[in-house]
Design a protein around this ligand. Structure first.
Ligand SMILES: CC(C)(COP(=O)(O)OP(=O)(O)OC[C@H]1O[C@@H](n2cnc3c(N)ncnc32)[C@H](O)[C@@H]1OP(=O)(O)O)[C@@H](O)C(=O)NCCC(=O)NCCS
Length: 288
């Protein structure tokens, strides 16, 4: 008889989980700055083990308090998606409830994972939509209008604590990034800038890429100065940078119900590509 067990995954499982990620096509992986292997040893990471072999894994470590993104779900052909998910999710849900509850969220790119989430009670509250800006000659640069006393400069490592505070003030809790994630994003950025006044940083953008393409990975303006042109100025400066760098396409993702960002992107020349992926969430209540 096969002995099946769901247990916390730990750093000793690195090789086995890394093999699962590498060899299995049955894989959901979060669009992320961080590898799912980095989280081994963190709470909310489980391995489904059969006779000592890991045949499925689920990671939804909490990046911000009580927000747990599904960063990894992988299973071998020994299972169907539903059977692996049902076993591991039942254990996960119980442990999350015992730990005080959390909102578990996932951007489900693949239809099989959308089905799994929908059938286990996750709700599809919004979509992630993709937009793209393309250089179209002749492109007339107006100098980015820096509103009032605000000015734009390159981000430095010393700015990270202030950038992290701006991020936390600007985004809803579900979409806030942990300081460590923002640091990783900064390390991998092609072009990162801040907009500030003499009191400090009030907004930033962070873009990745190279070759012909770049991706605007993060843009935030502090609520105290939103609606005053800071977002448009950061974008205008970015358009100028990527054009001088010979990059002709800039992509961005945003939420389908984020009116401010959709409006900003559309007014600065981005167009929807038609790609959209559902965001599913499930609120695990704490055990009373
Ligand atoms: C999205 C965001 C960066 C916009 O920055 P901002 O400095 O407030 O935007 P701007 O003042 O430069 O506005 C630029 C354009 O967008 C439009 N816009 C901005 N906020 C808007 C809102 N709440 N509703 C509708 N349109 C809006 C403006 O009409 C403006 O167009 P116009 O200059 O042609 O009139 C800011 O609201 C923010 O940080 N939000 C939270 C984080 C976020 O959602 N980031 C983007 C995630 S992908």
């Amino acid at each position: 008889m096969i002995n099946t067990l769901v247990r916390p995954a730990d750093p000793k499982d690195h090789q086995q989980i890394s093999n699962l990620i590498f060899f299995e096509s049955r894989l959901h992986r979060h669009l992320d700055w961080r590898s799912p292997l980095e989280w081994l040893g963190a709470p909310f990471y489980w391995a489904l083990e059969e006779d000592g072999q890991i045949t499925a894994a689920l990671a939804c470590p909490t990046e911000r308090e009580r927000i747990a993104w599904v960063r990894l779900f992988v299973y071998t052909g020994r299972w169907s998606a539903e059977s692996a998910w049902n076993i591991i999710w039942a254990a996960a849900r119980q442990e999350i409830a015992e730990a005080g509850g959390a909102t578990v969220a996932a951007i489900a790119v693949q239809p099989w994972f959308q089905d799994v989430l929908a059938t286990s009670g996750f709700e599809n509250r919004q979509q992630i939509v993709m937009l793209e800006w393309r250089y179209q000659p002749p492109f007339a640069f107006t100098s980015p209008r820096e509103p009032g006393e605000l000015h734009i400069r390159r981000m430095t490592e010393a700015d990270l604590p202030e950038v992290q505070r701006t991020d936390a003030a600007s985004f809803d809790p579900l979409w806030q990034n942990a300081p460590e994630t923002i640091r990783k994003a900064f390390d991998q950025a092609l072009y990162a800038t801040v907009i500030e006044n003499e009191q400090g940083i009030l907004g930033y953008q962070l873009s990745t890429g190279g070759g012909q393409r770049a991706h605007l990975a993060r843009l935030a303006v502090h609520p105290a100065v939103q609606g005053k042109g800071a977002g448009r100025a950061l974008l205008s400066d970015l358009f100028r940078y990527i054009t001088y760098a010979g990059i002709s396409r800039l992509s961005v993702n945003t939420q389908s119900d984020n009116q401010a960002s959709l409006s900003l992107y559309q007014r600065t020349g981005f167009v929807r590509t038609g790609e959209a992926y559902p965001v599913y969430t499930f609120d695990v209540s704490p055990y009373a």
